[in-house]
Design a protein around this ligand. Structure first.
Ligand code: FES
Length: 362
């Protein structure tokens, strides 16, 4: 499990001035391994000198588009080693190590459905939202979709050409609203600013045909936006939680400077013997509860642990606690149900008992 495969980048196209669109060729022998659901993501691996870096990027295509390729979007982040390399140096024909698709940011579609889907995306958060909306529109001829999409300026609207073509192709079944945070481009003030709960209230008033409580929502963007909008939908508009799907940006470059929380400061200071099961093999190491995360220590011990974002976002480092207890600093990926069953994100975990055993083979 969690293997990386070398995939050839067959298209590398500048999407905006600070993002690129990469298409990977999927060889026939990997078709099954790389079959995917709308809204899933790919983990990419890069070895720069003695650094082993992983990053996750959402797939942009929809499965029913039937491409033999998988596309991702990579936005350049200031100081981001991987995004800088990909934006500045990657060329068609290069190979990258890629893990099979993962993630749960999707719902199931059926041709008989007659539903309304609302996509709320900011910047590169468009990828998994667009993948879902396309799948819905292709598979469900009676369903409709709305896309509320914020970017800094008109020139920086990611996939604008493709989105406009889709709106035309689906002939009224897809309505798109671009919202610009740093440019006054449209006459209407509704299309300025950011997507917040207040903005969504105004959008609902403008598009009053949206069945607010009956619609399904896909939200992807910064933490603040996701929290604000999902709280508003759940608490103010009484939208059932199952109809609100969200995916956080994977932002490892920011996470490295994150401060220790008060809850983490309060855990006991103890030495623990941690045992991890990976691909049926058991490995043990000592770890102080206040020091490295379980994942970081396992990497330091050169164990073959799966990981990508290291920020509690992508879920690649998921394991199940079989013995003892751990403290999980952040969790943007596991559901409450998974947490109740003992699943944890090991990049966010510290032991809080002297003996801990975790199983990565889950
Ligand atoms: S590595 Fe992404 S959640 Fe832990």
């Amino acid at each position: 499990m969690h293997h990386f495969y070398p995939l050839k980048a067959i298209k590398v196209r500048k999407e905006t001035n600070d993002s690129i669109n990469i298409a990977f060729e999927i060889p026939p022998n990997l078709k099954n391994e790389f079959s995917f659901k709308q809204g899933q993501y790919l983990n990419l691996r890069f070895v720069f000198g003695d650094e082993d870096l992983r990053r996750s990027y959402s797939i942009v295509n929809a499965p029913t588009e039937g491409n033999a390729e998988l596309e991702i979007l990579v936005k350049h982040l200031d100081g981001g080693k991987v995004s800088t390399y990909l934006n500045n140096e990657l060329k068609a024909g290069d190979f990258i190590e890629v893990m099979a698709p993962m993630g749960h940011f999707y719902t199931n579609y059926h041709p008989s459905n007659e539903k309304t889907y609302v996509g709320l995306a900011a910047g590169s958060g468009i990828s998994p939202v667009l993948s879902n909306l396309k799948e819905a529109l292709y598979l469900e001829p009676k369903s409709k979709a709305y896309l509320f999409f914020s970017n800094k300026s008109f020139d920086q609207i990611i996939f604008r050409k493709e989105i406009d073509e889709l709106a035309e192709k689906f002939n009224g079944r897809l309505k798109v609203v671009y919202i610009l945070s740093r440019e006054k481009h449209f006459e209407d003030e509704l299309f300025e600013g950011r997507i917040t709960a207040g903005k969504l209230e105004l959008l609902f008033a403008r598009f009053e045909e949206i069945p607010i409580q009956g619609a399904t929502y896909f939200i992807c963007g910064p933490t603040e936006m996701i929290k604000g909008i999902s709280d508003y939908l759940k608490n103010d508009k009484k939208v059932p939680s199952l109809q609100i799907m969200y995916e956080y940006y994977a932002a490892p470059d920011d996470e490295e400077n994150a401060e220790m929380s008060d809850e983490f400061k309060a855990i006991p200071n103890l030495e623990s013997m941690v045992t991890v099961i990976i691909d049926d093999d058991e490995y043990s190491f000592h770890l102080n509860s206040k020091k490295n995360s379980i994942l970081d220590q396992a990497i330091k011990e050169k164990l073959p642990v799966p990981f990508a974002c290291k920020g509690g976002v992508c879920c690649t480092c998921k394991a199940q606690v079989l013995e003892g207890e751990v403290f999980m600093e952040k969790n943007f990926a596991l559901t409450d149900d998974e947490v109740a069953k003992g699943y944890v994100l090991t990049c966010q975990c510290h032991p809080t008992t002297n003996v801990v055993m975790l199983n990565y083979d889950v």
